[in-house]
Design a protein around this ligand. Structure first.
Ligand code: SAM
Length: 194
């Protein structure tokens, strides 16, 4: 069913507005935290994080998307193809948090953990199986299997929160999302968690 509120302006707003899942957990990061926004696109999360005092590396292969971040204080744009097989340009344990939204490249998943410092946060949200009923992405290569983020974080992380299922906003979709802390210490939850 078409929602009359789903105007182009509304769609643009969704592209520029941080995901509530990301902001809920990223709120916990201290001033000066170093964060990687991986496959950042136009940088909706990079901007939000930088405005909160984080130092953000915003990585994407699309130079036109990165260009919009050139003059944003606290954001260092980084042009990189994450899938070309070359080593990524960051040493291990470079970041206090890694944020990934609406992007999936399974062969590199384990590199995310290596990039985090002990206790660092992985905040991940993307589409899952069943999304084809709503549109793209519909290729299984880009869709998580049920419980896949839990499975992929099982050994090296402690899961703080996990959800999967259908959402109505910002557009109808099947999504999966996790916030997990590197290591095996159970830490604090964000304020406002039930
Ligand atoms: C759907 S957008 C998501 C952007 C952003 N994370 C967000 O949620 O607003 C996917 C992004 O992944 C980037 N991307 C796709 N393949 C990539 C690759 N091989 N290396 C780097 N970035 C890639 C695209 O350029 C695009 O900006």
């Amino acid at each position: 069913m078409v929602d009359a509120r789903d105007t182009p302006a509304r769609a643009r707003h969704a592209l520029d507005t941080p995901s509530p899942w990301v902001s809920r957990f990223a709120m916990m990061l201290p001033d000066g935290a170093e964060v990687l926004d991986l496959a950042c696109g136009r940088g909706r999360h990079a901007r939000w994080l930088a405005a909160r005092g984080c130092r953000v590396t915003a990585a994407d292969r699309d130079p036109s998307a990165l260009a919009a971040l050139d003059s944003v204080a606290g954001v260092a744009p980084c042009a990189v193809d994450l899938e070309d097989g070359a080593p990524w340009p960051w040493p291990p344990a470079s970041f206090d948090a890694v944020v990934v939204t609406n992007y999936l490249f399974r062969p590199a998943f384990d590199r995310l953990g290596a990039l985090l410092r002990p206790g660092g946060l992985l905040i991940y949200e993307t589409f899952m199986q069943g999304n084809a009923a709503f549109g793209k992405p519909s290729n299984p290569v880009f869709l998580l299997a049920p419980g896949e983020l839990l499975e992929r974080t099982r050994e090296a992380f402690t899961v703080m929160a996990f959800e999967q299922g259908e959402v109505a906003r910002p557009a109808p979709a099947m999504v999966q999302r996790i916030c997990a802390r590197k290591g095996h210490e159970t830490g604090r939850l964000p304020e406002g968690s039930a």
